[in-house]
Design a binder for this molecule. Structure first.
Ligand code: ADP
Ligand code: MG
Length: 245
């Protein structure tokens, strides 16, 4: 049995067939039922491995779920809009999502939460910070950004995190513009940024390019400004309050 399973690459079945057989004897399954269940075990194992591969390939920085987001702590974020986004209809309409706000308010958490929901639903998903994107553009294999743009225009959902912390040279700005253009009206992109849109000209060091890029990005977009306190600092704030009282 082990040899046959190995020849057919039935890795899950190979590891559990003794249990399956024991259960079949116990429950007196028919031959047909045994065959069906044995193959179903293999199919389930494959689906799980494929799902695990997709999660790894997505490269989320942390496993943040939307269910774990405390909307009471961050009242500037509309729970209704986030729930609506979590239904993933924005993927069908290729609507971009922009989370804007200072550090610690939950931008990356919400972006990861939406990506997790998309992964659960079977979509291809990718997460990258702008700094990583720039590092990949600077790699000798990037071929003028073509490889990078081709890679990131594929996934059904892409997050570009932390726009604003990395200074862009003209070749980076143009590659980012090409990427936005390639995804425009095809696949949605989620962006997080500590900058206002007015500051994007400075980020790209090119006002004309920034205007053209924002024009495409915001044509179909949900912009979510977050202007609350940093969740990372909440203990400190509580501490301060206690000390002050
Ligand atoms: P940002 O990307 O805006 O700097 P993060 O999303 O990285 O902030 O949030 C910082 C940390 O605080 C993360 O661990 C995140 O899970 C957590 N966090 C932020 N806001 C909330 C919230 N409203 N409810 C629960 N956890 C939160
Ligand atoms: Mg962040």
């Amino acid at each position: 049995m082990k040899t046959v399973c190995a020849a057919l690459n039935l890795t899950t079945l190979a590891s559990v067939y003794a249990d399956v057989l024991a259960e079949a004897r116990q429950a007196q399954w028919s031959y047909e039922e045994l065959l069906t269940r044995a193959l179903a075990v293999e199919v389930a194992g494959r689906q799980q491995r494929a799902q695990e591969r997709r999660w790894r390939a997505a490269r989320l920085p942390f496993a943040a779920r939307l269910e774990a987001f405390d909307f009471r702590f961050q009242p500037s974020v509309s729970e209704r809009i986030v729930r609506e986004l979590a239904s993933l209809s924005f993927i069908q309409t290729a609507t971009n999502v922009v989370f804007m706000g200072p550090p610690g308010v939950g931008k990356t958490h919400l972006a990861c939460g939406l990506e997790s929901a998309a992964l659960d639903a079977g979509h291809s998903v990718q997460f990258v910070t702008l700094r990583e994107l720039v590092a990949q553009l600077d790699a000798p294999t990037a071929r003028g950004g073509m490889t990078v743009v081709r890679r990131y225009r594929q996934p059904t959902l892409l997050v570009i995190d932390e726009i604003g912390y990395t200074r862009l040279r003209p070749e980076h700005a143009h590659a980012l513009f090409d990427l936005v253009t390639a995804r425009y009206e095809r696949h949605p992109t989620i962006l997080t940024s500590n900058l206002t849109f007015a500051e994007w000209g400075g980020l790209l060091d090119d006002d004309v390019l920034a205007t053209a890029m924002l024009d495409r990005l915001l044509h179909h977009a949900e912009v979510i400004p977050i202007n609350g306190r940093s969740y990372r600092m909440r203990q400190r704030t509580l501490g301060d309050t206690t000390t002050g009282a």
